[in-house]
Design a protein around this ligand. Structure first.
Ligand SMILES: [Zn+2]
Length: 375
């Protein structure tokens, strides 16, 4: 008799490679030790969702000066570590594949640090080395603007035509340290430069398929094939705007942005401000009416697209929770992760394949990155 979905999900090593949850600690003073209805992720809901390893993004906004971004990154790392330490019965910080697995075996959740936007390392390899020592294990080289390392996918006018000269040095040093190169947010040329210059496989920690949703943040079939040829992995993002063309339009981004600000003002007001409540509800109702959230099954379509294109070994999950406004129905927060396992089982995937998608594919790449560093 086959295992129940719940049993399979519990056994699997489940990884989410991208959550913006440190922002909620920093900006909303969120306490991740208690189950909340706010945001999408805390240590309690992570456990309920059977997620064993979660990457917390040390994200710095593109408008910050280099020094401001360095300070902000250090602050976010400090706040995240403080939160982990205050909840050491539930979670622990991991800095390697082995540590992450040991933490799961001990019955706790593993948290790892990924840096989103390489601005904080400025033009200084010593800063890169130091962020590695602080526990950062991947760097999304840029965000929605070009930086000192490479071009972003967002602005039409490009600056470097791929990686900058210093970006190439950073890629080399990241290989040496055993840090994962994350190509989400990068321009296509930057992606190809990373493939060219990295001796280790690379990862898109939170991106989807352009064939199903034509957005520059997503990867073309050719890019996915070339990523897979290099043993890398694409971790599917839960953001509706990257899942379907219906959401990937200017009107949605505008409405979603307004909703996000209204929601944050509402939380900040301690849910007491009458104006904040009214504004939040009005924007929520607008978005619900005009852009009803899609089903989580849409996300499984993206997984399946990658599987059909290159096989089952090159795809995983990177939710972007707490960085997106409205996740799909059925994946409202991290506690719902088991629905993905249920849907994959329903679509006829074997237990082994499901385990690969849930986390083993990413862990394989991470091990390869570590092995290259240690050589
Ligand atoms: Zn992102």
């Amino acid at each position: 008799m086959s295992k129940s979905v719940h049993q399979l999900h519990k056994e699997a090593f489940v990884v989410d490679t991208h959550c913006d949850t440190p922002l909620r600690i920093d900006e909303e003073r969120a306490d991740l030790g208690v189950k909340s209805n706010e945001g999408h992720n805390d240590f309690v809901r992570m456990k309920e969702g059977g997620v064993d390893l979660c990457f917390y993004a040390i994200f710095t906004r593109t408008k910050l000066s280099p020094d401001q971004s360095t300070v902000q990154a250090i602050r976010l790392i400090g706040e995240t570590k403080d939160m982990i330490e205050a909840n050491s019965d539930k979670v622990a910080l991991a800095t390697s594949v082995r540590e992450a697995r040991e933490i799961k075996n001990g019955g706790r959740g593993a948290i790892m640090l990924g840096m989103e936007n390489g601005s904080p390392i400025q033009n200084d390899i010593a800063l890169l080395n130091e962020f590695y020592r602080m526990g950062v294990r991947y760097i999304t080289l840029c965000h929605s603007a070009h930086n000192q390392l490479c071009d972003s996918c967002a602005p039409k006018e490009k600056k470097w035509g791929g990686l900058s000269p210093f970006g190439k040095k950073v890629v080399k040093q990241m290989n040496k340290l055993g840090m994962i190169i994350d190509v989400s947010h990068l321009s296509d040329d930057s992606f190809y430069d990373c493939l060219k210059y990295s001796t280790a496989p690379i990862v898109a920690t939170h991106s989807c398929c352009r064939a199903l949703c034509n957005h520059p943040r997503n990867m073309s079939d050719k890019m996915i094939k070339d990523l897979a040829k290099n043993w890398g992995v694409i971790q599917i993002n839960f953001y509706p705007a990257f899942l379907s063309d219906h959401y990937g339009c200017a009107e949605y981004f505008e409405a979603a942005d307004a909703y996000d600000s209204a929601m944050k003002a509402y939380w900040r007001s301690g849910k007491k401000g009458k104006k904040e409540i009214a504004d939040f509800k009005r924007k929520r109702d607008y978005i619900k009416k005009n852009f009803p959230s899609p089903s989580y099954k849409l996300l499984v379509d993206h997984i399946e697209h990658v599987v059909n294109l290159v096989g089952v070994d090159y795809v995983g999950l990177g939710s972007d929770y707490d960085g997106i406004e409205m996740p799909p129905l059925g994946l409202e927060d991290i506690s719902k992760f088991e629905n993905i396992t249920k849907e994959l089982r329903f679509r006829g995937y074997t237990d082994l394949d499901i385990k690969k998608i849930l986390g083993e594919n990413f862990m394989r790449v991470f091990s390869q990155v570590e092995n290259i560093a240690f050589r």
